[in-house]
Ligand binder design. Sequence first.
Ligand SMILES: Nc1ncnc2c1ncn2[C@@H]1O[C@H](COP(=O)(O)OP(=O)(O)OP(=O)(O)O)[C@@H](O)[C@H]1O
Ligand SMILES: [Mg+2]
Length: 251
Amino acid sequence: MELLKFENISKTYGTAAVLKDVSFAVEKGEFISILGPSGCGKSTILNILIGILAPDEGHVYKDGVDITELDPSKRKMGIVFQNYALFPNMSALKNVEYALSINNDTKETARVVATELLAKVGLSEHMNKKPNKLSGGQQQRVAIARTLALNPDIMLFDEPMSALDVSTRLVLRDELKSIQAEYGITMIYITHDQEEAFSMSDRIIVMSEGHIEQFDTPKNIALSPANEYVEKFVVEQINKKIEALTGFLNV
Ligand SMILES: Nc1ncnc2c1ncn2[C@@H]1O[C@H](COP(=O)(O)OP(=O)(O)OP(=O)(O)O)[C@@H](O)[C@H]1O
Ligand SMILES: [Mg+2]
């Protein structure tokens, strides 16, 4: 079932065309990555999806309904940013409870649900700490729990792991995938890391300079890149990593 549709979206800043007639559709329950170099328009797509930025042209549909003009709070989408964006003066627990209070939960329910969600992301022992007492990975887990608390249909991620070390990234990758499996949430994940996109996604949107070069499964992209750009910047990079990791085995 088609959950989300981005139809002929264009966005220009001054004279710079940042998105040029971009269209794609996402099925319910998919994990989609948007992969592309810095400045190609990835965050612009996410900001239009969540409704904090309006497109110049085109429409966004959710469940077949035109939501292009709909208020962000009514879209049932949650976003996780690279910089966590937690409230610094509130504990992990209070950060998540605050999100629940937006959904009009009672204080008692909010406490129970927030505690459960923080346990889900492995933070039971750190619930009463403020963000500055938590590691980057722990802060990102709070941000994930807080977004889950809003009970979104779609979770968006704008390079959520860029600031984290490699081992934390690997653990969080698995956790995100299992959260997705458990809650059945559709996820759209921005990255400029080919390996991250290939390891996590059902399908990948490969972008360059404001348009989509290819939108397909990792396997199809690897086996039949749509053009030279995808071949060079995606497939060759992945192959280089594989060679670097396996090369020593053949010696
Ligand atoms: N508010 C703005 N005013 C003017 N130009 C902007 C604005 N926001 C973004 N841009 C430009 O639009 C282009 C796309 O920006 P966007 O943030 O979508 O890129 P991105 O793919 O997310 O890049 P990165 O990987 O660095 O986050 C960039 O060239 C950027 O400079
Ligand atoms: Mg960005």
